[in-house]
Ligand binder design. Structure first.
Ligand SMILES: [Zn+2]
Length: 203
């Protein structure tokens, strides 16, 4: 949160005017019937797309600590729907995330794992940074024996512009603790998430 506090937000009217400018830049007339409500809709969409700037994943996880009765097996949440926006082109990155950790003394409700992905995804991102942020936050706050995050996503900046590469999926991973140091732990995780796409991501 603190990193965003120094950002001076424009007014809503300024944001809507910026959308009108982009409409004109695209070659259309922002005053014509079909486009008249568009700046308002785009600005409201931005409230959803970028809601993650308003939330602090660390505080969210800290609120949900629970003591556990010796549960020390891997916790895996797979196929978490992930919707983000590329910070280079501001177009969607759509895919899924798989998150796992090996509990130390604390566990967290599984819905919180998905929420951590969502909060970081709903910011301007690159997939590598998003993957690292989710893993590092879980490691820092839960202090587990290990964390693994794998993300697979399509980038509309690759499929709808530039090189127009369709059907390409980018895969990123971040392995910490036992997932990095112990090949059996890593293998167990990759098998649980359906190893095929995740092979060869040991680094
Ligand atoms: Zn891009």
């Amino acid at each position: 949160m603190s990193e965003n506090n120094k950002i001076q937000r424009p007014s809503r009217a300024e944001a809507e005017e910026a959308v009108r400018t982009l409409i004109r830049w695209a070659g259309d007339d922002p005053t014509r019937e079909g486009l008249r409500g568009t700046p308002d809709r785009v600005v409201r969409s931005y409230n959803e797309f970028f809601a993650g700037y308003e939330e602090d994943p660390v505080a969210m996880l800290e609120r949900t600590f629970e003591e556990i009765e010796g549960y020390d097996e891997m916790v895996v949440l797979r196929d978490i729907r992930m919707e983000s926006h590329c910070e280079h082109h501001m177009v969607p990155i759509i895919g899924k995330a798989h998150v796992a950790y090996l509990p130390g003394k604390r566990v967290v409700g599984i819905s919180k794992l998905a929420r951590v992905v969502e909060v970081y995804a709903k910011r301007l991102q690159i997939q590598e940074k998003l993957t690292a942020q989710v893993a590092n936050t879980l490691q820092d706050v839960l202090q587990p024996r290990g964390v693994a995050v794998v993300m697979e996503a399509g980038h509309q900046c690759m499929t709808t512009r530039g090189v127009h590469k369709h059907g390409v999926t980018m895969v990123t991973s971040r392995m910490l603790g036992a997932f990095r140091d112990d090949p059996r732990t890593r293998h167990e995780f990759l098998t649980m998430i359906g190893g095929g796409t995740a092979r060869g991501m040991d680094d």
